[in-house]
Design a protein around this ligand. Structure first.
Ligand code: SF4
Length: 188
């Protein structure tokens, strides 16, 4: 059996996931399926660290991800098509993340939520040995949502971006920008 030191110093193995082309490839049919997929994403109930709290907040009444069709969090990866990687990916956890991704049915989408999932976040420093510096070293990521942690609105925006990638256009209206000299501007 490998010693703990060997496990930590070795690099985790990335996912091998081969997706076959669809059997039916007719544009209006694909568009119909894609529209339904985008408007009914099923995220997996899966959190690695503090960013998962923001994912939970997204599903509660104030932010209410149900308004956008993505509230059916699945405890089984085999029933999910969206993996939100919320938190620090340790090398010890990496094989499980890869296995879960490989068990998801295609088409599947990955949202890297927070700086830890994107790059290792505050745990990336010279000499660190236990953290994967970005989940995209293990599995393909579709959308990155930066922040430590990202706000729930940012996670929602990430979900909208995945929907946009599936559909080819943005379905939801964009929020108006707050003018920098407006009433909510930060007073120095
Ligand atoms: S990015 Fe920040 S909030 Fe998110 S898991 Fe890492 S340390 Fe926690």
């Amino acid at each position: 059996m490998a010693s703990p030191d060997t496990v930590l110093s070795s690099q985790p193995t990335p996912a091998k996931s081969k997706v076959l082309p669809p059997l039916i490839n007719i544009k209006p049919v694909n568009w119909f399926f894609d529209f339904n997929r985008a408007m009914s994403l099923w995220p997996v109930t899966f959190g690695l660290a503090c960013c998962a709290i923001e994912m939970m907040a997204v599903s509660m009444a104030r932010f209410d991800i149900a308004r956008f069709g993505a509230e059916v969090f699945r405890p089984s990866i085999r029933q999910a098509d969206l993996m939100m990687v919320t938190g620090t990916v340790s090398k010890k956890m990496a094989p499980s993340v890869v296995r879960l991704y490989e068990q998801m049915p295609a088409p599947k989408y990955v949202l890297a939520c927070g700086n830890c999932a994107i790059s290792g976040g505050p745990f990336k420093f010279d000499g660190q040995y236990g953290i994967v510096e970005g989940v995209d070293k293990l599995i393909p990521v579709d959308v990155y949502v930066p922040g430590c942690p990202p706000r729930p609105e940012a996670i929602l925006e990430g979900v909208f971006t995945i929907q946009e990638k599936i559909l080819g256009f943005r379905f939801w209206p964009k929020a108006e920008e707050i003018p920098s000299d407006g009433p909510l501007a930060i007073q120095s």
